[in-house]
Design a protein around this ligand. Structure first.
Ligand SMILES: Cc1ncc(COP(=O)(O)O)c(C=O)c1O
Length: 427
């Protein structure tokens, strides 16, 4: 008897706090507009005012001599890329996908493209054979990324067959261990091949991505120190390779080489260093959830998914366990109601209103996902719930458009890149 009383007291004391909250003003306004403008289906939104804020944060923290390169895969939307290029004056893009390269290279006549990963030679061939004559004249606007002698030999063979010259940027491993050359000896083999074939190959620089720094497991009291130590190690490796080129291949060295590095989570570590003259940033402009780092504090979330509530049930019931679910609902105020939404299972987590949660006990669904919540969320049928994507690159292409927000108002609809491409090829 005593232990039953103890159990009741304990479960009362351990009861989760009610996390439910209605929308704040921002999401309440968006909800009202989405009900009129979203056509009753899942949508994605980008707030351009927040993008501007994030862009300013980036620009303030770039070393004066460093050029910004926009990462296409992290914001695959042509009007968004146009907007960012206009605001920054950047004419540099990093691309990762052959169809995007083909489309963007045809579209932009004055942009420098750096591949963010080494493409198979078959993709290079597909690119070349789908170029129009005018594009073929602008092959020098592309820097192909090369990670190994085997790949460079493939590219050389192709350049010879087609009587063309390819710009070669060498991927270097400065700690990420995702491939690329990691020693002067390996670099020497690639540079030797390039130097021996000046008709077909042109050295255009190095690319050293170092996202591992941002993932470094650190002791809380030594965070800053450990991060800077990892950054210094990256700098040491990169500088060593640069010095090697200057000393051993002086004919390949010049000031216009592209020395690319960094990304959204690390760009700010080089603001007092002229290690890279070309820094890539994409995701930090939209700030998906998984990019949150304490050193990215000035960046705010600019990108959301919104979807209508189809059904609101004032109870949460697990099939076969109805009685137990009722007890859980009594115990946990955040499981008092079940919302079934239009779509779901995105790489995203609920953001607004407060206190919504995915329910893994019930299971995930891409068709009608369940969210559990407290009654304080004050949602009703047809209201929109907001999610914060964990990343932008995969999620954005799951939709056709972006709804663009300015001063809290949905003002435009911009197509995602895959849609722009299919409209051109079908139009
Ligand atoms: C080579 C390379 N550079 C830069 C980036 C940075 O992209 P983001 O700024 O979107 O993180 C990435 C991301 O995967 C990458 O692979």
């Amino acid at each position: 008897m005593e232990w039953i009383v103890l159990l009741i007291i304990l479960s009362f004391l351990l009861r989760p706090k009610d996390r439910g909250k209605p929308y704040n003003h921002y999401f309440s306004l968006l909800n009202q507009q989405l009900q009129k403008k979203a056509g009753g289906q899942p949508s994605q939104l980008v707030d351009l005012d927040t993008v501007d804020n994030n862009l300013e944060a980036v620009q303030q923290r770039l070393h004066g001599k460093t050029k910004l390169r926009l990462v296409v895969k992290s914001m695959p939307c042509l009007p968004l890329i146009n907007y960012l290029m206009e605001r920054t004056g950047s004419r540099r893009l990093m691309v990762f996908h052959r169809p995007f390269l083909s489309f963007l290279h045809r579209y932009y006549h004055d942009v420098d493209f750096l591949l963010g990963k080494p493409l198979p030679i078959a993709a290079v061939a597909r690119f070349w054979h789908t170029c129009d004559d005018e594009q073929k004249q602008r092959l020098s606007h592309i820097q192909w990324l090369i990670d190994s002698p085997e790949r460079l030999r493939q590219y050389l063979r192709f350049a010879r067959q087609q009587h063309i010259k390819l710009n070669i940027n060498v991927e270097v491993d400065i700690g990420l261990h995702r491939g690329g050359v990691s020693s002067a000896d390996e670099l020497s083999v690639l540079l030797g091949l390039i130097a021996d074939h000046p008709r077909y190959l042109q050295f255009s620089g190095l690319m050293g991505y170092e996202a591992h720094i941002a993932k470094l497991p650190t002791l809380p009291w030594r965070k800053q120190q450990q991060l800077f130590r990892a950054r210094d190690e990256v700098a040491r490796r990169f500088t060593q390779l640069v010095s090697f080129i200057q000393q051993q291949f002086p004919d390949l060295w010049h000031d216009q080489l592209t020395l690319n590095g960094a990304g959204s989570q690390t760009y700010m570590f080089y603001q007092h260093m002229s290690l890279f003259n070309d820094i890539s940033v994409g995701s930090a402009l939209l700030m998906p959830k998984s990019f949150e780092r304490h050193w990215l504090r000035g960046h705010r979330a600019a990108y959301f998914i919104a979807t209508p509530v189809l059904k609101k049930l004032n109870r949460f019931e697990l099939p076969f366990l109805e009685v137990i679910s009722k007890a859980i609902g009594w115990w946990n105020p955040n499981w008092r109601q079940a919302l079934f939404i239009y779509g779901g299972y995105w790489k995203a987590i609920p953001e607004a209103p407060g206190g919504l949660s995915l329910n893994r006990l019930y299971g995930r669904s891409s068709n009608q996902e369940i969210l559990t919540s407290s009654t304080r969320t004050a949602l009703t049928m047809d209201d929109f719930v907001f999610f914060r994507p964990q990343q932008s690159e995969a999620v954005m292409l799951e939709f056709e458009d972006l709804l663009i927000v300015r001063r809290g108002q949905i003002v435009e609809k911009w197509p995602v890149l895959s849609r722009s491409i299919s409209e051109v090829s079908h139009g």
